[in-house]
Write a protein that binds this ligand. Sequence first.
Ligand code: GN1
Ligand code: MG
Length: 402
Amino acid sequence: MFFKITSFLQLEERSYLCFVYIDIIQTNLWKTSKKLSNSSPKWMIRRPPRSTLFPYTTLFRSKALTSGLINQTYLVKSVSPEEPDYVLQRINHLIFTNIEMLQHNIEVVTRHIRQKLEARHEEDIERKVLHFLPSTNGKTYFYDGEGYWRISIFIPRSQTLETVTPESSYLAGLKFGEFQAMLADVPEQLGEIIPDFHNMEFRLKQLREAVSANISGRLAEVQDIVDAIEKDADTMCSAERFYREGKLPKRICHCDTKVSNMLFDENGKVLCVIDLDTVMPSFIFSDFGDFLRSAANTGKEDEADLNKVKFNMEIFKAFTKGYIESARTFLTPLEIEMLPYAATLFPYMQAVRFLADYINGDTYYQTRYKDHNLVRTKAQYKLYLEAKSATPDMKAYINSLL
Ligand code: GN1
Ligand code: MG
């Protein structure tokens, strides 16, 4: 597979990094234009303006960085110790159709957080908030004629966790609560980057449309799951009803709060929240519930052995304690009362989304095998049932914190 990025990005005021035609799989190399100027003519090189400085001596290597299902993310590794490493992403613009709004939201959020950190005189701010580089058009993205690319500075000495402990869950709860608190006074209205992203009524509507079209002919095989999902549909849509009645607010949320979207330092302390694509107005349930969907699941998101899928109460308790500590200042009593609902809502919603995609013939999520989306659906539905039966315990624990 060849990647054609014949663009160059501005790193600092007078220095540019030139990306050339690349075959990641064959060569696994990124090179600057000088390095490549004598090499095979199939490499397309765009020459920079004369005045620009180049990091001539730097050789970049790239490798796939994350396990995300939506964008393609690469670590662009510099061999020169003076150059930072970068995170290069090809943005999935079939999903994020409004790249201008996407990057605008991200710029607003990172600027706002940076200002808050500066006001608090925090140390090491570069590691506590993402820094996206402007491209030659002054925007934080670049369109190469086919795709949209963006680049941010890789935060050094950072790591992501794929699994959690009660300690790291507590820290994550604190941090995601703080993230919402920090963005409570964002000066600009953020766009809803994926309209109705966590709207349960909308997700059920998509499932119902998939069911009635049955485009892949897969419906018969999944009818029993569809029926089971439908039984709880009304209850699971209660947040939207309360919103219409003016009882629940929407706030700026992260909307993809898995533990892998948080960077930890070498000592296990949280540095910052990453993957800001879906930051937008939502119910706070998005951040609370989606974190637990991944972290409190004792199995994998696509666990085939359903016996392994349980709701981990220790993780729930640790995360909830941290979250309530930092979010308590702005949470309403109804938001707090509905936190256990949020913990059931997200596995339910994810089951609905995976199932709709399965019935649609796998058009949204990247899949690794034929019935991957069905396996995911069953695992998420099982987690929903487990969380539902833990509801009385969740309520009791939350009451003990208040
Ligand atoms: C997608 O790409 P990733 O893994 O960050 C999806 C989330 C789902 C998640 C399920 C924009 O996120 O909403 O919960 O997959 N993001 C989008 O793994 O649809
Ligand atoms: Mg994401």
